[in-house]
Design a protein around this ligand. Structure first.
Ligand SMILES: Cc1cc2nc3c(=O)[nH]c(=O)nc-3n(C[C@H](O)[C@H](O)[C@H](O)COP(=O)(O)OP(=O)(O)OC[C@H]3O[C@@H](n4cnc5c(N)ncnc54)[C@H](O)[C@@H]3O)c2cc1C
Length: 400
């Protein structure tokens, strides 16, 4: 394969692996650099709404992912203030048929493993684990990419570089060092429970959202229903980067201890022994997407708060759009590549900004208290399931 068809991707997360598969399908040779030696089990569940699952299915991953994902029948929203279910949004098979793709929830590690398996099987993709992107230099033939493998510094020539290296992106730091993640003042705690430990009513294929003053809890099954994933979000000042620091369960029990929290939520919180926490950081809306023959993708350009359930979904959409744009015209190194990457950024910017804003707004809504929470609960009840779901249509109905 000609050198001019080689694209390097920094980062084998959800976005980087999806981009590798999408670009290889357009005839590119792809090299993925991933700094860790082994793809980690760390992380919690992810939600993949139809806009994202449609892309993955189109890449031929339906069976692989279907084995590990759960299709929830509904999302239930419960208010600690009102003490009961405010609304039940039907998902399940009927909604999947309507959207033309399923709503899936699954463990991040399962999704990453399925993508990595497909990548390893592809003859035009090379996945280099234990290789950390370090530097780049543009020139007439494209880019020289410099990366480290153990003590060795290596370099290669590529047509383009895609920085899919997450919210703490080295590629972004190289291009736009002024753009840095901001701490949100919130901490997400993740725990999992063996579904066999729990009564059936808690293990149904449902996404449950409990909202309370300054805290919320999201619960759903993952790993083909064998495990129940809990994510509790509370305010805090602890702000170290990372995804999986051990957390003291007593801190969380205190946050959810008030009599207002439903017994079910308190029981679930109390049942987890091993809590892991991550400080929630995000990037400001409107970051730059590319410079020359280098573009950013996923959290590297729009690391967002998780309250719209679209962090992975937007990275997956980015990957599909990037491959479409780069695959549209024959590319010579330099100006043509830069022009294509500019089109990619233009195609993504407005939609992603809306999703980032939605995530911030939902975070505020979930944690309301007092009169604001009362107004919120009355509004959700008055809207009812159909109108609440219709408000998500602009996200779920997206197509390439
Ligand atoms: C270990 C881990 C656990 C996570 N857990 C959760 C979770 O529980 N819930 C949630 O909502 N989100 C989680 N996320 C984030 C979530 O995966 C992303 O928000 C979303 O999927 C978008 O993915 P992404 O591909 O843009 O970035 P990421 O999924 O963050 O992937 C970035 C990848 O780049 C690699 N990388 C970083 N720097 C370099 C470098 N210099 N050279 C080469 N490779 C590099 C990282 O090791 C990582 O594999 C987690 C991310 C990671 C890395």
């Amino acid at each position: 394969m000609a050198l001019t068809r080689t694209i390097f991707i920094a980062g084998a997360g959800i976005g980087g692996l999806t981009a590798a598969l999408s670009l290889a399908r357009k005839g590119f040779r792809v090299v993925v650099l991933e700094r860790v030696q082994r793809l980690e089990e760390a992380g919690a569940g992810l939600q993949l709404s139809p806009n994202a699952s449609r892309v993955l299915i189109d890449l031929g991953l339906k069976e692989r992912l279907g084995r590990r994902a759960v299709t929830p029948e509904a999302v239930t929203i419960v208010s600690a203030r009102a003490g009961g279910e405010l609304v039940r949004l039907p998902l399940g098979e009927a909604a999947s048929a309507r959207a033309g793709a399923p709503y899936w929830v699954m463990h991040r590690a399962d999704l990453q493993a399925a993508l990595a398996d497909a990548v390893r099987e592809h003859p035009d993709i090379e996945l280099k684990l234990g290789c950390q992107f370090e530097d780049l230099a543009p020139h007439a033939k494209g880019l020289t990419i410099v990366y480290r493998s153990g003590n060795e510094r290596r370099q290669d020539i590529a047509l383009a570089l895609i920085g899919a290296d997450g919210i703490w992106s080295t590629v972004r730091n190289h291009l736009f060092p002024e753009t840095q993640p901001q701490f949100s003042g919130r901490i997400a705690w993740r725990g999992t429970l063996d579904a066999r430990q729990l009564p059936r009513e808690y293990t149904a294929p449902r996404v449950q959202l409990w909202m309370g003053p300054k805290a919320h809890l999201v619960v759903y099954p993952i790993s083909a229903g064998k495990q129940i994933n809990l994510v509790a979000v509370v305010p805090g000042t602890w702000n170290r980067p990372g995804w999986s620091a051990p957390g003291n369960p007593n801190e969380l029990k205190e946050a959810f201890g008030g009599a207002r929290w439903a017994g079910a939520a308190r029981m679930l919180i109390g049942a987890v022994d091993d809590w892991r926490k991550w400080a929630l950081f995000s990037l400001a809306e409107g970051c730059k997407w590319h410079e020359g023959s280098v573009a950013l993708l996923g959290d590297a350009v729009h690391g967002m708060l998780p309250f719209a359930g679209q962090g992975a979904g937007m990275a997956i959409e980015d990957a599909a759009v990037l491959a479409k744009v780069l695959g549209e015209t024959p590319l010579e190194p330099g100006a043509q590549v830069a022009a294509a990457l500019q089109r990619y950024g233009r195609a993504r910017r407005a939609r992603v900004t809306h999703v980032q804003q939605l995530a911030r707004r939902q975070g505020r809504i979930y944690h309301m208290s007092g009169a604001m929470a009362l107004a919120r609960d009355l509004t959700i009840r008055a809207l009812g399931p159909e109108r609440v779901l219709a408000r998500q249509a602009w996200i779920y109905d997206w197509r390439l």
